[in-house]
Design a protein around this ligand. Structure first.
Ligand code: FES
Length: 103
């Protein structure tokens, strides 16, 4: 996807069947994290960013965008899977075992 698309909204939900991935832009860095919250499945893309974290819209759990770790409340659900995201030219590229999204 285009960098400008992520920058404009701060985050974008990207389909990655059978999942979705949230791609976020914080202080010039792209992050990619599993979109479905491990607590009860809400879309993190419908939540909001706080510094380098995403807050789930359903119960307010806070996940670190880089590590996927649940920061608050501690231990009430698992961590989110994260993916490596890089800016290449004017595009954000998300890597799993292979290149997921280019342009
Ligand atoms: S579904 Fe995300 S915190 Fe409950």
């Amino acid at each position: 996807m285009k960098v400008e698309a992520v920058k404009a909204g701060g985050s974008v939900r990207v389909p990655y069947p059978p999942f979705d991935i949230l791609v976020a832009w914080v202080d010039g860095v792209a992050f990619a994290i599993e979109d479905a919250c491990n607590h009860a499945g809400a879309s993190l893309a419908e939540g909001w960013l706080e510094a380098s974290c995403v807050v789930c819209p359903m119960h307010g759990y806070v996940f670190d965008l880089k590590s996927g770790k649940l920061l608050r409340p501690k231990g009430l659900c698992g961590d989110q899977r994260t993916y490596r995201a890089r800016v290449e030219g004017d595009e954000v590229v998300v890597y799993d075992d292979f290149v997921l999204t280019v342009g």
